[in-house]
Design a protein around this ligand. Sequence first.
Ligand code: AMP
Ligand code: GLY
Length: 426
Amino acid sequence: MNVILLGSGGRESALAWKFSQSTLLGKLYIAPGNGGTSQYGTNIDIRPTDFEALLTFARNHDVELIVAGNEDPLVAGLYDYFQGSGIRVCGPSQAGAQLEGSKDFAKRFMEANGIPTARYRSFTAANIEEGYEFLGELNPPYVLKADGLAAGKGVLIIDNLDEARKALGEMLGGMFGKSSATVVIEEFLSGIECSVFVLTDGNGGYRILPVAKDYKRIGEGDTGLNTGGMGAVSPVPFADEEFMGKVTTRIIEPTIRGLREQGITYRGFIFLGLINVGGEPMVIEYNVRMGDPETEAVMLRIDSDLLALADAAARGSLGDLPLDINPATAVTVMMVSEGYPGSYPKGRVITGLDGVEDSIPFHAGTKLNDDGTLVTSGGRVISVSSLGDSIADALAKSYAAIARIEFEGKYSRRDIGRDLMALEQK
Ligand code: AMP
Ligand code: GLY
């Protein structure tokens, strides 16, 4: 089976690595891929949202399956576009992608299906006064979310009421363009977050992938600006059998049931961003794809053929395909460019990858120049993943690899997983 994987980050490197091990795989194409994905398949110079070009390429190269790594093509209607083409898509329909594409839709969906989440209301410029009042009814800090996609920047958490009111005005006034024409204001929840990934076939079948925790801030001790993610750990010690039992009955099953009851086709990955509030799981957000960098850890723990599972989901029946999970611990630590998440240099030469032994360096923002030199091309450059007997053991391998990989201005957080080590029972 020939496959196109859409995207260009560390997540797509990890998916490509995993798919390349499948006995079902013929040719793997990555659109557009990065400087490392060509180890696992062929990079093709097509944007993930250029559906026409993807269709032409797929027809000319006997592609049977498209897997979306990132959300943009799904929210833009990838699944619907390929309906009737004979080419399967692993992912939700455009209606299903609204779970990520519209926070207001996601909140209404959760409310309608009794799924635990923070109390909220949505506002537009037409009822901004009510928004100001609603803020006054909540306790600080105040959580304001742009309804639409905002490249991970659309959530503001503000301590002061006057500033929150001002931010509401600015958001509705176009701070995130059309994405913040509607703003969701919700209650602040406090607890530890984790990411739960589910693959569903749209007909009631699903599998729960390994649970992970990511580290979003640039600075150690979770300080400083938000990033796309600085590292991840899987499994998450507090996501034990009891917690996951609650996640399954209160969140996963009602989500899958709710989608079917609303006639929404969803054959792909669901990412539940959860928070553990005193032992009770609540949903912070839905995404319609895998997490990045969680995928770079999670893939190391999947022993089964994920391509077989993704294809079965796209066909509408997971049947009795197994999803075997390795009990070992996986971590990934992101190497970023100095300045990230602000502005950062590009084109810095990367060396030392040959010396990496016990880890997998998944490329994210890298590019192969025509002369064969590998250079940085993004803020998040390489996600270094390792498997070990414990968080500390896996981390030691990733940090040893990071010491060998060089590019000017490299930076990584040294405290990935530290908060979870205390909870670990090994
Ligand atoms: P989101 O894009 O919805 O995942 O929000 C980004 C981040 O903001 C989340 O990962 C949380 O850390 C934080 N966040 C969002 N909503 C809440 C909430 N209701 N309470 C506390 N933190 C939140
Ligand atoms: N790591 C969080 C995300 O992928 O959205």
